[in-house]
Design a protein around this ligand. Structure first.
Ligand code: NAD
Length: 513
C-alpha cells in the first residue's frame, strides 16, 4: 500500500508518524486517532500520522517552557550557529523534502523545491540577523543619565500554519524566533502534517548533534481544536497564525481576550492593474503565473485583473488564447504548469464561486471544468477560469482559494484603477503594470495601493524573503520574514540608568521630601 515508502524513508518518517515531537523525544505511537494522508496528485496514501490530544499539547508546552529557560541564555550569535546548521541540513534534504511538498500539497515540483529554497534562505537571513538584534539609544533629558532599549526573547511562540505553504511559512517564523531566543511549537495544517514531520526530523538531527535540550523546536499534529487551545493559552505570549480570515478572526479574538500578541497572515484578494501604458508582454506573463501558479492557491495569487478600457480587448483576447494551452496534470512531471487543488472540497468551492459569479452577471470566458480520465482520477484537477466581472460582485469581494481570474474594466485615470483595487476587505498584495512614471508613483504613494505589498512591473505573487511579508485590513496586519519583522518575536525593554549622585525627576517635577 505504501507506494511512497522510499521517500518517507529518506525523510525518516515512520509508517505511523508521532502526534508530537519535542525535538529529541517523539510521542510514543499508539492509542490515538490516526489520520491517513492522501495525495491530491494521484490519490495514493502517502502516510499516516497520529492526532495529538490535549494531554499531548500540555506535555509539549511544559517541555518548551523548560527549554526556554536554557535557550534564552545562549548568546544570540550562538543561536544563529544552530540555525546555520539547520540550513545546512535543509540543503541536504532539499530534493526529497521538495518532492514531499509536491506530493502532499500538490504544487509543481519546481515550486516544492522553491519552498525549501526559501527555508534555506531564511536560515541564512536569520544567521546574519543573530548579530543584528539592535535596539536604539536615546538621549536622556536628565543629567548623568543614560537611556537605551534592548530586545529580549518573548518565550513560547505558537505557529499555526496553512496547507498551501506547508513548510516555508513555518521556517519564516521558527528560524527568526529561534535566533531571537524563543522556543516554538508548530501546529501544521491537518492537511499537510507529513511535511512537518519531515522538517522536525531535520531539525532533530541538528539539535542532537549540538547537545541542545528538547523543546526548542516542537510540532504537534492537530486540527482547529488544538489550534484553538493554543490561542487561548496564556503560556504563549505570541501566536503566529497563517490561514483564512475566518480562522484569523477567531485566533485574534482568543489571543486578544487574554491580551496576548498575535501575528496574523490571512487571506488576500490581490489585483494587477494594467494601464494604458503597460508593457503587455510582461503584464500577461506575470498575470498568468500569478493567477494559475500553485493552482490559484497562494495567498498572493492574482484574483482580479483591472484593465484600462483601451487595452481590455487585447488583454482578454491574449488570455483567452493562453488559458487553453496551460498544461494541467501531475505536478511531479516537469511539463505541467498547473497541478491539482488540495482536495474535493476546494473543487466544490471553485465551482460554486463560478456559479455565483454567473448569477451575479459575470461571464465565464474559459475554464471551470473538472478534468476527467487518465491521470485525473482524483477529481482534483480543474481548468483555470477567466471571468468577466465587476468589482462589487459579492463573489469578487471574497477570496476563493482556486484559479479564478476576474477581468474588470476601468475607464479614466490610474486613480480610478487604484480605487477599484482598494475596494475590497483584504489588503495583501497588489501590482501595477505601467511604463509611465506618474502612474507608478501614484500607485506607490500614500494615496495609492493600501496593501502590504505593492509592486511595479512585477506580479502579485512570488515575494522575496528579504522584505517584510504581510498585509493590511482583513489580511490581519502581521509582518513576517525579512526587514525588521523579527521585532514581533521579542519584547522591548526601555532602560534608564542614573550614573550621578542625585535623583532628578523627568519633566522637571519637584518632589522634595
Ligand atoms: P485555514 O484557515 O483553513 O487553516 C489554517 C490553519 O488554521 C490550520 O492549521 C488550521 O488547523 C488552523 N485553524 C483553523 N481554525 C482554527 C481556529 N479556530 N483556531 C486555531 N486554529 C485554527 O486555511 P488553509 O485553507 O489551510 O489555507 C488557506 C488560507 O490561508 C487562505 O485564506 C490564504 O490566503 C491564507 N494564507 C495566508 C498567507 C499570508 O501570509 N497572508 C499565507 C498562506 C496562506
Amino acid at each position: 500500500t505504501m507506494k511512497h515508502a522510499t521517500l518517507l524513508e529518506q525523510l525518516n518518517i515512520p509508517e505511523v508518524a508521532p502526534a508530537y515531537s519535542t525535538g529529541l523525544e517523539d510521542a510514543p505511537v499508539g492509542g490515538r486517532e490516526i489520520r491517513e494522508v492522501y495525495s491530491p496528485v494521484d490519490g495514493t496514501l502517502i502516510g499516516k500520522v497520529e492526532m495529538a490530544t490535549q494531554e499531548d499539547l500540555e506535555k509539549v508546552i511544559v517541555t518548551a517552557e523548560e527549554a526556554f529557560k536554557v535557550w534564552r541564555k545562549v548568546p544570540a550569535p550562538q543561536r544563529g550557529e544552530v540555525i546555520r546548521k539547520i540550513g545546512e541540513a535543509l540543503r541536504k534534504y532539499k530534493d526529497p523534502l521538495g518532492k514531499l511538498v509536491t506530493l502532499e500539497m500538490g504544487k509543481i515540483y519546481q515550486e516544492g523545491l522553491g519552498e525549501v529554497q526559501e527555508m534555506i534562505d531564511i536560515c541564512d537571513f536569520a544567521v546574519g540577523l543573530s548579530r543584528q538584534l539592535y535596539g536604539l539609544t536615546m538621549h536622556s533629558e536628565r543629567p548623568e543619565h543614560r537611556m537605551y532599549e534592548q530586545w529580549h526573547p518573548i518565550g513560547l511562540v505558537g505557529i499555526i500554519s496553512a496547507f498551501n505553504f506547508p513548510v516555508a511559512v513555518w521556517s519564516w517564523n521558527a528560524m527568526i524566533a529561534g535566533v531571537c531566543g524563543d522556543v516554538n511549537i508548530w501546529k501544521p495544517s491537518e492537511k499537510t502534517p507529513l511535511t512537518a514531520v519531515a522538517c522536525q526530523n531535520i531539525v532533530k538531527e541538528v539539535l542532537k548533534e549540538e547537545g541542545l535540550p528538547e523543546g526548542i523546536f516542537s510540532y504537534i499534529v492537530g486540527d482547529a481544536t488544538i489550534g484553538s487551545s493554543m490561542s487561548h493559552d496564556s503560556r504563549f505570549p505570541l501566536i503566529s497564525a497563517t490561514g483564512s480570515t475566518r480562522m484569523g478572526k477567531k485566533v485574534g479574538e482568543a489571543v486578544g481576550a487574554r491580551l496576548g500578541k498575535s501575528l496574523l497572515e490571512l487571506g488576500g484578494n490581490n489585483a494587477v492593474i494594467i494601464t494604458e501604458n503597460a508593457d503587455m508582454e510582461m503584464a500577461i506573463r506575470a498575470t498568468v503565473f500569478g493567477a494559475v501558479g500553485t493552482c490559484g492557491q497562494r495567498c498572493t495569487s492574482t484574483r482580479r485583473l483591472i484593465i484600462h478600457e483601451s487595452r481590455y480587448e487585447e488583454v482578454k483576447e491574449r488570455l483567452v488564447k493562453i488559458y487553453p494551452t496551460l498544461s494541467i496534470g501531475n505536478p511531479l512531471e516537469q511539463a505541467n504548469l498547473v497541478g491539482p487543488l488540495i482536495d474535493k472540497d476546494a473543487v466544490v468551492a471553485f465551482q460554486n464561486a463560478l456559479s455565483k459569479a454567473k448569477e451575479e452577471g459575470g461571464n465565464v470566458l474559459v475554464g471551470g471544468e473538472v478534468l476527467e480520465g487518465e491521470g485525473y482520477e482524483t477529481g482534483t484537477y480543474v481548468k483555470p477560469a477567466l471571468v468577466e466581472a465587476q468589482n462589487h460582485f459579492e463573489i469578487v469581494q471574497e477570496e476563493t482559494f482556486a484559479p479564478i481570474l476576474y477581468l474588470i474594466k476601468y475607464s479614466g485615470t490610474v486613480e480610478d484603477a487604484i480605487a477599484i483595487q482598494n475596494n475590497v476587505k483584504q489588503g495583501l498584495s497588489s501590482a501595477i503594470f505601467t511604463d509611465h512614471m506618474r502612474e507608478a508613483e501614484a500607485f506607490l504613494s500614500a494615496l495609492g495601493s493600501d496593501c502590504g505589498i505593492a509592486n511595479v512591473n512585477i506580479g502579485t505573487s512570488g515575494a522575496e524573503i528579504g522584505g517584510a511579508f504581510g498585509g493590511e485590513k482583513e489580511t490581519g496586519g502581521g509582518r513576517e520574514s525579512g526587514s525588521d519583522a523579527w521585532k514581533a518575536y521579542m519584547r522591548r525593554q526601555t532602560n534608564t540608568i542614573n550614573y550621578g549622585a542625585t535623583l532628578p525627576l523627568a519633566q522637571g517635577i519637584k518632589f522634595d521630601l
